[in-house]
Design a protein around this ligand. Structure first.
Ligand SMILES: [Cu+2]
Length: 198
């Protein structure tokens, strides 16, 4: 009997609250998502011969087979970030590391700086601490190409990118990303880089 009375009281309380609003539910998430999707495409240009204004650099011609390109999509939706990568023209049947980095690309592979981190490692930059260098605090997009040289990857995070704190480039590395302490995040030499324009 006591339980039954409690349920009735709760229903009355909820009913009273819902009647007090003055408008329908708004699709807030859809509005944010539409405004925050960024698509970046590029065909990689040999860094040794790249004209000024180049935003997609190739540092290692041995990592590609003919013209190589990438398409990156960053989508935010109410506290959730989804990044997708598709590449073509890379060496077939091979694994590559890929991350979003902190700085824009340049003719020097080091120009892109270290990995973008949601929560920056306060102890070191670039960081080798797996507590910060991991696919939950960074955006990793490692891929393995098929026999046509096509590869793709998806990364999803439960945090936002903001205009004041967001990655500036995609860097593709020569090998899959390592995760052990001290070498976490390392993926060998940088083979290509594409600047993210917002
Ligand atoms: Cu990287």
């Amino acid at each position: 009997m006591r339980v039954g009375v409690g349920v009735v009281a709760l229903l009355v309380l909820v009913g009273g609250c819902s009647g007090g609003g003055d408008g329908p539910d708004k699709p807030i998430a859809a509005t944010v998502s539409g405004a925050a999707a960024v698509v970046v495409k590029g065909t990689f240009v040999a860094a040794s011969a790249a004209p000024s204004g180049t935003t997609a650099f190739l540092y290692d011609p041995g990592a590609v087979k003919g013209p190589a390109s990438a398409q990156l999509t960053l989508r935010e939706d109410a506290g959730h970030t989804k990044v997708t990568l598709a590449v073509d023209g890379f060496a077939p049947n091979r694994s590559f590391g890929a991350h979003l980095h902190a700085k824009p690309c340049g003719p020097d592979p080091a120009d892109a700086g270290g990995h973008f981190q949601h929560q920056p490692d306060p102890a070191a930059s670039p960081s080798g601490d797996p507590q910060y260098v991991n696919p939950n605090n960074e955006i990793w997009l490692d891929f393995t190409t098929n026999d046509q040289g096509h590869g793709q990857a998806v990364a999803e995070q439960d945090w936002d990118l903001t205009p004041g704190h967001r990655p500036a480039s995609l860097v593709i590395h020569t090998m899959a990303t390592m995760t052990s302490p001290g070498v976490a995040g390392s993926a060998g030499a940088r083979v290509a880089c594409m600047t993210i324009k917002y």
